[in-house]
Design a protein around this ligand. Structure first.
Ligand code: ZN
Ligand code: ZN
Length: 88
């Protein structure tokens, strides 16, 4: 099983957490709103749409991420994009 060591980018002042992928996805699912905020702050168009429309404003962007895509897609994105190390 894959074990991943990382500092959660959405927790303040955390030590590294070592967990398997499932544990990480469970942890990150508590941060859904933080992840949506992060996406809203750092992207100009949706990173999940194949042909994204540029967002009119941040409010539009965050509600698009919140309502147009499954929670699991958002959580997976956060997992794949955080700095992490695989622990063998
Ligand atoms: Zn966290
Ligand atoms: Zn989208």
């Amino acid at each position: 099983m894959m074990t991943v060591s990382a500092k959660c980018p959405y927790c303040i002042n955390t030590k590294s957490i070592i967990s398997d992928r499932t544990g990480w996805l469970t942890h990150l699912s508590n941060h859904r709103e933080d992840i949506i905020k992060h996406l809203t702050d750092t992207t100009f168009s949706c990173v999940f749409c194949t042909y994204p429309e540029p967002s009119a404003n941040q409010k539009h962007m965050s509600s698009h991420y919140r309502w147009s895509h499954k929670k699991s897609i958002i959580i997976n994105w956060a997992f794949e994009n955080m700095e992490h190390q695989l622990v063998v």
